[in-house]
Design a protein around this ligand. Structure first.
Ligand code: GDP
Length: 296
């Protein structure tokens, strides 16, 4: 995973800054430039890197004026805080409550790993003692229901879908209604994707959200989409109230920087990482811990 390489480069830049006899403007600028190069190599959007540089400068200049502060420590802390902020903008994410009916709707392009993620997410809660259920509101892709059914059976979670109904809004509404009656407390709604962003897809997402009234909408993205992440995430955010991000295929060769763009575009935190095709290859994500490990 290239994010680890990014972490190593940032660590190296900070180490060089710490080793300098005097941390003057030249050393500080070189440190920021090396951090920027590391982010760029990981596919983080150029505009975001510019913002990050400006934020770090602002914090460092401000704190430096307060006497008695160690500049090395100030810079280090500012870099840490900015990286955390890029992965979690600090907006509180919806926290489901066990025993209360919760609807979580997943959106994303075809192939992003959405159906797999829905099953992993349901299974994650099941292992914690919840009563989850899966609704397949993807009537667009042939075989989508079979795939969800297979995954649902694998993790032994009840599912709902239809081979004949072509209206995804209807299937979503019926499924959610049924599982609410059955007192499921984590109703996961899988939706259609398309190969590309298109108006029909976003209108469908809007309608599915309208009838299912989700407590949380999760945007699923493939970690390898890189620079395309920002626009893609923003397009979904404009049609439904995305509140969290799941980044899939973190086990591959993806650079991972796109995740930071998706966070910026949706102003929502990354909550899980997909790390493989198996149902248990799914990790809860927390920005501070991740950045701490990254910069170790
Ligand atoms: P959807 O079209 O968005 O519903 O995507 P799918 O759930 O069908 O996933 C597309 C492909 O990616 C499938 O072959 C999945 O097994 C695979 N996949 C999903 N998540 C991951 C992951 O975290 N890591 C890896 N390596 N493969 C994944």
């Amino acid at each position: 995973m290239v994010l680890a390489e990014m972490g190593d480069r940032i660590k190296g830049a900070l180490q060089q800054m710490r080793n300098a006899t005097v941390v003057d403007e030249r050393v500080f600028t070189e440190c920021l430039n090396e951090i920027s190069r590391a982010l760029m190599a990981a596919d983080v959007q150029i505009r975001m890197i510019g913002t990050m540089q400006a934020n770090i400068r602002k914090i460092v200049n401000l704190k430096e004026r307060a006497a008695g502060h160690n500049k090395r420590k100030i810079i280090q802390q500012a870099v840490f805080d900015e990286l955390c902020c890029m992965l979690d903008p600090g907006k509180p994410v919806f926290v489901p409550r066990k025993g209360q009916p919760t609807v979580v709707m997943f959106v994303g392009l075809q192939g992003s790993g959405k159906t797999t993620t829905c099953a992993k997410y349901a299974s994650y809660y099941q292992r914690k003692g919840w009563k989850p259920a899966l609704v397949c509101a993807d009537t667009f892709r042939a075989g989508a229901f079979d795939q969800l059914k297979q995954n649902a059976e694998k993790v032994r979670v009840p599912f709902y879908g239809s081979y004949t109904e072509t209206d995804p809004v209807k299937v979503a509404e019926e499924g959610v209604e049924r599982f609410k009656k059955e007192r499921c407390d984590m109703i996961v709604v899988d939706t259609s994707g398309r190969h590309k962003q298109e108006a029909a897809l976003f209108e469908e997402m809007r309608q599915v959200a309208e009838v299912t009234n989700p407590d949380l909408v999760v945007f699923v993205m493939d970690s390898s989409i890189g620079q395309a992440a920002f626009d893609q995430a923003q397009a979904f955010k404009q049609s439904v109230a995305v509140g969290a991000v799941v980044v899939t295929k973190m086990d591959g060769h993806a650079k991972g920087g796109g995740a930071l763009s998706a966070v910026a575009a949706t102003k929502s935190p990354v909550i899980f990482l997909g790390t493989g095709e198996h149902m248990d290859e799914f990790e809860a994500f927390e920005a501070k811990g991740f950045v701490s490990r990254l910069l170790g």
